[in-house]
Design a protein around this ligand. Sequence first.
Ligand code: DLL
Length: 484
Amino acid sequence: MTPGGGQYRDEKKRRVGRRVGRRGRAVSRLNGAEGGTRVGGLMTTRQKPENRIWNPACECMPRPALEALQLERLQAIVKVAWEKVGYYRAKMEAAGVRPEDIRALVDAALLPFTTKDDLRACFPYQAFATPLEDVVRIHASSGTTGQATVVGYTRQDLDTWSELMARLHTAAGMTRSDIVQIAFGYGFFTGGIGHHYGVEKVGAAVLPVSSGKSERQIQIMKDYGSTVLICTPSYGMYLAELIEATGSRPDIKLRLGLFGGEAWTDAMRQALERGLGVFATDNYGLSEVLGPGVSCECVEQHGMHLAEDHFLPELIDPATGRVVTAAAGGGELVLTTLTKQGIPVIRYRTRDLCTFYEGDCPCGRTGRRMSKVSARSDDMLIIRGVNVYPQQIEEALLSVEGVTPNYQIVASRKGALDDLEVLVEVHESLFFDEMTKQQSIKQAIERRIEVAVGLHVNVRLVEPGSTPRSEGKAVRVIDRRPRS
Ligand code: DLL
């Protein structure tokens, strides 16, 4: 485990206004402000925070050293899985691979995948590699789509998690002077508690509000002067609407929004930045391999740096399972945990589709950047033979002026044919505008969606506030087609 925070705090003064270069050298940097101005307490333009790095030794490690560390850790974790988890040993034996076959990082491709169903079959404790007395925390998926998957953390796992969260928060621009409102659910879900410990490690003040009670969220923002909001992007959008509706804008001091837990587009980023007056960054993770903290955007807002000293990422073709490259257009993200003790996870198929960005990031971090998740392979709708992803629709509709990020996609079957309708909320002024104007907006959205997905879908403009709002992860797709 690396020292992290203490080191950062000691060096903090020295590093203000500078960034750490690729070999740990400080590189002078003009301050990153983009000229945002405050009007009545709200930013008119989001202010780019200064680039800070929580743990330069780990986050800016030269690639050869990082890859050597990954190999050492991969070999160790595969050995642990083989020796301690019967389920992994059986799978490796069936695939004809033994720990000593892992001689290079590319040999990871020899190992069998782990799927959500595999982990479900281990419910509750069969995937644990440590005795239960060494486990100090248990999280689990909600289990709404089947048997819950359980995750056990040792004391060291929790320390690693807090470290990764402190890296994430610092990368997003948070400092110990911030007042951080966490509006993720606390409980078995990893979002609330995961972020909580990271904020404390950074030394900022955490407001552990949890999700829901939205009017109260706004009141807390005003009363306590929250400067950072952490929640899902869809809940962030809902809070932005409430701020507007309650005339609370002048009393809101938010400057950063850290959003994750569900897919969101760059068009949604703009809506969140405008609506909340924040600089918005994305962060990604999943409970099966840790929770939040797997990857995060830095202030460049261009790709999420993977914590590669703790995870080995691969991209595969979801249809064939073969490893693919970013140059080939990316694929499904597969993750292997390199340091987790409670439950090591080998080649977990996340179902999240993304790509990796090539080249160095100006922030100085060397961890590879994954793009925003463009879709989950299991979120794909097949409509009249065409593959449609919700994010394509979001991107298309938000490119039309007057449209809000509140929408719902409804798939149904009319006779033998699948049908897709998109309900889109428009701003109040437009909704009550004359029919011709409404018609032209509807047609503009339909055209953009058709270009994006190659299919004509019917768009229905609906009154503001008429699609459901979520306090956690939004449900964008209603599939009313009969199950075959
Ligand atoms: O959602 C962990 C998390 C909490 C991440 C808070 C970030 C912030 P699960 O409930 O297990 O864990 O859901 C994991 O959510 O496989 C993705 O499909 C999706 N997901 C999470 N973060 C992002 C993101 C948490 N930033 C599943 N962009 C993952 C796109 C995301 N999808």
